[in-house]
Write a protein that binds this ligand. Structure first.
Ligand code: ATP
Ligand code: MG
Length: 566
C-alpha cells in the first residue's frame, strides 16, 4: 500500500478526548474513527490488524476442533426472558421493537441463541461433544465506555461455546480452549496471565480470565509470587489473620459519644481495628441488608452480590433507607437486630471479644462474640483481598497489579440448557441436560490492549503478527528519479518476498516521514535516501531498538524477512 493513497491521516497532537495511550495513538495514527461515545469505525489500518488477530484466533480455534458459525445480533427478547437474563442485564442491554411491536434485543452475548440452536440439532450423546464459535459484533450499553476499543458499546468478540455430556467432558473442552487461548495470546505477541475470575452475569462454576498487566487496566489482579496463585481481586481468596485466642468475656455497653467510624471507635476504645466489627448497609434487589465484617477488612461487593443473588443488583443504602430500616448508622451491628437480613464475613469468627455497635445512638458494645451474642443469615467469605495479605495456599504476601481482561473462559454447567430445555439422550436412553462452557476474546480490546502494552513515547510498537503491515518503506526525496525508481522496485521486491509493505511515497520532509514512521510503529523500517543509494545501499532498522544497518539494495528484502522471522 502506498501512503499517498491510504485513506486516513495522521495527527501530530494528542486528541483531547483521549486519556489512555492506546486510545490516543489509535486516533493519531488514523486507526479508528469515533462515531459516538463507545462506538468506533475501524479505518483501513486497524481493520488490517483486526483481521490478522481474527485469523490467528480462527486458526487456533480450528486446530482445537472448534467449528466456526455465525449467529445474529438481533434476537427476540423473549429468549432472554426465558433464561432470566433480561433482568440480569438491566440497562446494559439494547432493546428495541420491530414494526409489529415485537420486542427485540441487540445481543450482548450469545449463550441463549446458541443453546436453542443446539437444542434443535442435537438429540443424542453421539452428537456430542461439540465446540462452536463465531466472530461477531456485540452490543452492551456500558455505563462508562472508555479507551476507544478497550471498552466500547459496539465491539467485536470471538465467542465460543462447548457442549458436553458431563462435567468430565466439559473439563476436557475447557482445557483445550485454555491451550488455544495461550497459543493465541503468544502468537499475538502478548504477555497474558491467566487468573481465577468471577463469573458475573454469565454464571457457572469455574472461570478464568486472561489479563494483560498494564497500569491503565481497570481490573485489580492479586498475585502470589510464592506459589503462582493469581486471581482477579473480585474473586481472590486469602488467609485472614486470626487475632489472639482469648477467653470470652461478658458483653458490656460503653458510651461512645461522637464516634462514627471504625478508626474513631478503635482510637476511642484503644482497641486494634482487627478487634472491631463494622456494619455496612446495602440494598440488594430492593431489600436492605446489613453486612458485617471485621474492622480491618473491606467488603468485596462482587462476592457479596453473588451471595445475595445470582448475582444480586447491589448498592450502598442511602442514609434515609438506613433510617427507615430502623438502623443506627455509626452504632449498628447484628447484635439484637431483627427483621433485617444479615450477611457476615467469616472473619467475625476469627477472634473474640470484638467491639461492635450497640444499635443505640452513641453506644457500642465490648466483648461481642459470634454464636453467643449474634448470628447471621449467611456466614461466608465476602472480604476483599489486597496487596500484602497472605496467600491462602502458601502464606506468602500478595502483590497487586492493574490489568486489562482480554479473554474469559467459563464452565457454565447446565445453567442455560436447564433454562432453555437443551437435553440429550444418554447411552441408557435417559434425558440429560447438555453441559456447557463458554469462551470469549474481545478482538478490538485485544488490539487496544496490545498497543497499551507495546508503545513508547513516539508511537506504537506492535509485533509483526498483528501490526497492520510488516514494514514501512520510506523514500526520502522522492522527487529525485533514482530514489523513486529504487524505492519503487524495492517495494515490488519486498511484496514478492511475502513482506507486507507500507510504502511512504509522499513528497514530504524527512521529519514528517520519520514522525509518522515512529507513530505507526511498523516492526521494520527501510529507508531509501539519495546518500545511501550512491553506495547501492538502503538503511534498515527495527522499530524497537537496535542500530540502523546499511544493506546492499539487492539483499534488502531477504534481510527484512530474516528480521521479521517470517
Ligand atoms: P468487563 O468485565 O471488562 O466488562 P466482561 O467480563 O463483561 O468484561 P465478558 O462477558 O467476559 O466481558 O466478554 C468476553 C470478552 O469480551 C472480554 O474478556 C473482553 O475481552 C471483551 N469485552 C467485554 N466487554 C467489552 C467491551 N465493552 N468492549 C470491548 N471488549 C469487551
Ligand atoms: Mg469477563
Amino acid at each position: 500500500m502506498r501512503i499517498s493513497k491510504l485513506f486516513g491521516k495522521t495527527l501530530r497532537d494528542d486528541p483531547h478526548e483521549a486519556e489512555l495511550a492506546s486510545h490516543k495513538l489509535m486516533l493519531r495514527a488514523g486507526f479508528i474513527h469515533q462515531v459516538s461515545a463507545g462506538i468506533y469505525s475501524y479505518m483501513p489500518l486497524a481493520w488490517r490488524s483486526l483481521r490478522k488477530i481474527e485469523q490467528v484466533i480462527r486458526e487456533e480455534m480450528d486446530a482445537a476442533g472448534a467449528q466456526e458459525l455465525r449467529m445474529t445480533a438481533l434476537q427476540p427478547r423473549e429468549l432472554w426472558q426465558q433464561s432470566g437474563r433480561d433482568d440480569d442485564y438491566g440497562q446494559g442491554m439494547f432493546r428495541l421493537a420491530d414494526r409489529r411491536d415485537r420486542d427485540l434485543v441487540l445481543a450482548p452475548t450469545h449463550e441463549e441463541l446458541l443453546t436453542v440452536m443446539v437444542k434443535a440439532n442435537v438429540n443424542s450423546y453421539r452428537d456430542l461433544p461439540l465446540t462452536l464459535y463465531q466472530m461477531q459484533t456485540k452490543f452492551r450499553d456500558e455505563p462508562r465506555p472508555r479507551g476507544g476499543l478497550l471498552r466500547g458499546r459496539e465491539f467485536d468478540m470471538k465467542d465460543a461455546y462447548s457442549f458436553d455430556i458431563d462435567d468430565e467432558g466439559l473439563d476436557a473442552s475447557y482445557d483445550s480452549m485454555e491451550k488455544a487461548y495461550k497459543n493465541i495470546f503468544a502468537r499475538c505477541g502478548l504477555d497474558a496471565i491467566m487468573v481465577e475470575a468471577d463469573s458475573g452475569t454469565i454464571g457457572g462454576r469455574d472461570s478464568q480470565e486472561f489479563i494483560l498487566l498494564a497500569d491503565s487496566g481497570e481490573d485489580t489482579i492479586i498475585i502470589c509470587d510464592g506459589c503462582g496463585y493469581a486471581a482477579n481481586a473480585e474473586k481472590a481468596v486469602f488467609a485472614k489473620p486470626t487475632t489472639d485466642a482469648e477467653e470470652r468475656r461478658p458483653i458490656e455497653q460503653v458510651h461512645t459519644p461522637g464516634v462514627r467510624t471504625i478508626e474513631e471507635l478503635a482510637h476511642f476504645l484503644e482497641a486494634p481495628v482487627s478487634k472491631t466489627l463494622k456494619a455496612v448497609f446495602y440494598v440488594a434487589d430492593g431489600e436492605v441488608v446489613v453486612v458485617t465484617i471485621r474492622g480491618d477488612l473491606e467488603v468485596n461487593e462482587i462476592k457479596l452480590s453473588n451471595v445475595l443473588g445470582s448475582p444480586a443488583d447491589i448498592r450502598l443504602a442511602s442514609p434515609s433507607e438506613v433510617r427507615d430500616a430502623g438502623l443506627i448508622a455509626g452504632s449498628a451491628s447484628p447484635i439484637g437486630l431483627s427483621g433485617v437480613r444479615v450477611v457476615a464475613d467469616d472473619s467475625v469468627t476469627l477472634g473474640a471479644n470484638f467491639v461492635a455497635g450497640a444499635n443505640r445512638e452513641s453506644y457500642h458494645l465490648r466483648n461481642a462474640n459470634y454464636g453467643r451474642d449474634f448470628e447471621s443469615d449467611t456466614l461466608t467469605d465476602i472480604a476483599l483481598a489486597q496487596e500484602g495479605y497472605a496467600c491462602a495456599k502458601c502464606g506468602a504476601a500478595f502483590r497487586s497489579a492493574r490489568g486489562i481482561e482480554v479473554g474469559h473462559i467459563f464452565k457454565l454447567g447446565a445453567k442455560y440448557s436447564n433454562a432453555l430445555g437443551a437435553a440429550f439422550t444418554d447411552q441408557d436412553g435417559a434425558q440429560r441436560p447438555i453441559i456447557m462452557g463458554c469462551y470469549g476474546i474481545g478482538v478490538g480490546r485485544l488490539l487496544a490492549a496490545a498497543v497499551e502494552q507495546n508503545h513508547d513515547d513516539d508511537g506504537m510498537t506492535l509485533p509483526p503478527s498483528i501490526a497492520p503491515y510488516h514494514a514501512l518503506l520510506t523514500a526520502l526525496n522522492v522527487r529525485k528519479a533514482d530514489v523513486a525508481e529504487a524505492a519503487g522496485s524495492l517495494y515490488q521486491e519486498m511484496q514478492a518476498a511475502g513482506i507486507e509493505v507500507l510504502y511512504d511515497d509522499r513528497d514530504e520532509s524527512a521529519g514528517v516521514k520519520f514522525n509518522d514512521a515512529d507513530l505507526l510503529g511498523l516492526p521494520v523500517r527501510v529507508v531509501v535516501s539519495p546518500r545511501n543509494l550512491r553506495n547501492g545501499e538502503v538503511e534498515i532498522k527495527a522499530r524497537t531498538g537496535g542500530e540502523a544497518r546499511k544493506v546492499p539494495q539487492g539483499e534488502a528484502a531477504a534481510y527484512v524477512r530474516e528480521m521479521l522471522e517470517i
